[in-house]
Design a protein around this ligand. Sequence first.
Ligand SMILES: *Cc1c(COP(=O)(O)O)cnc(C)c1O
Length: 434
Amino acid sequence: MDIAALTETYPIVADIAAAKEVMWVNPDYGQESDLMGLTQADLFDAAARFDRFGAYMAVAFPETAVTGGILESPLHKLDQMKSAITEREHYVLPGDLYLKADNELPISGSIKSRGGIYEVLKFAESVAIKHGLITYMDDYAHFNDPEFHDLFSQYGIAVGSTGNLGLSIGIVAAKLGFKTTVHMSSDAKAWKKNLLREKGVNVVEYAGNFTEAITAGREQAALDPTVYFIDDEGSRDLFLGYGVAAIRLQKQLKDMGIKVDAEHPLFVYLPAGVGGSPSGVTFGLKQILGPNAHAIFAEPTHIPSVLLGMVTGLNDQISVYDIGLDGVTEADGLAVGRPSRLAGRVMKTLLQGIATFDDSRVMAYTAQLRDTEGYKVEPSATAGFAALQQAQPYLGTQYPMQNATHIVWSTGGMLVPESEHERNYAIGEALLNQ
Ligand SMILES: *Cc1c(COP(=O)(O)O)cnc(C)c1O
């Protein structure tokens, strides 16, 4: 990679390569473009599939029975946190601040319960239909029957993961009866590997980064025609599973009396790793809520893969290691050096911008969120607060902000062990008290 030439054409690459915090505004935002064939109809198809599987989820995972087997997270208003962060970081935030608490999503306690579980269910449905065990009109609680389990035990599901995707896919795939293999990068936390092994999942560990783990997993799965590989670097099904969040959010906003129109713009701040989950959600928001909903991604300064891909237009053809970054971050859910094949392409005209953040900020926000509102999340999940702060100067020049709604998407945390929370909290408190 000729960094000098890249920097010449895209001057921001110099700051990105120096691991400086940047706020990049997407020059193509709002233009017309092809969305790689993805449509609103695809989203509604995915939402309907989740609904069909509600009956199964409710029996297989009884903790989801209260919502009829539908996995959804609450939207919390953050008045105390808003005061605390704007005071500490010295800025003014017009409008209301909310937390989309995917850290509370059942099963994986992370945003991966959307895409990951969706793709497993879709594959299970296609196998069951092919073998004549079910029709679209049947009660999907039957997916919990022994004959389904027996059928699925002849198939494998494999995935590469930094942790949370492996958790969501591993838990549901193993429950359905699939032989399940999760290829974990060195960033994956030990507790995530242990939990999966307890559920009967085969965990393969790699000394290398996420790109190496997923590449090895893909190659291994390709050797066995009965193994279905869930590809975090380019799966449309994962993407659509994440996108369904927007259909549900539209109803939540309406029920809470929150308007989205030209005078009431909505801003959503999402952490990006490989870029699949934030892009899927953003695609959904644009399809469902339209032009007055705007998304901004957040990435660590040491591993801003989606940013580098979008700035240069090279997308998955460039990795952060190519420009000399080390890829090391406390935000383990975001530790992905090369972006997904879909993310940058579909986001080319749908994404407002991307902010990068120093790790110290997410550690501080993690402690601050707990102090002010009592929510315990993982560091990756607070990245949106960094984008929130960095985007305000620009957004203020573009939109009427008095009646704005800001949503920081909290992407993980419920399954994090107490000892891990305590470690993160201690680091964050020390930073807050500096
Ligand atoms: C996976 C993950 C993300 C980012 O999702 P990508 O699809 O990798 O961009 C953000 N936060 C947490 C906690 C995650 O596990």
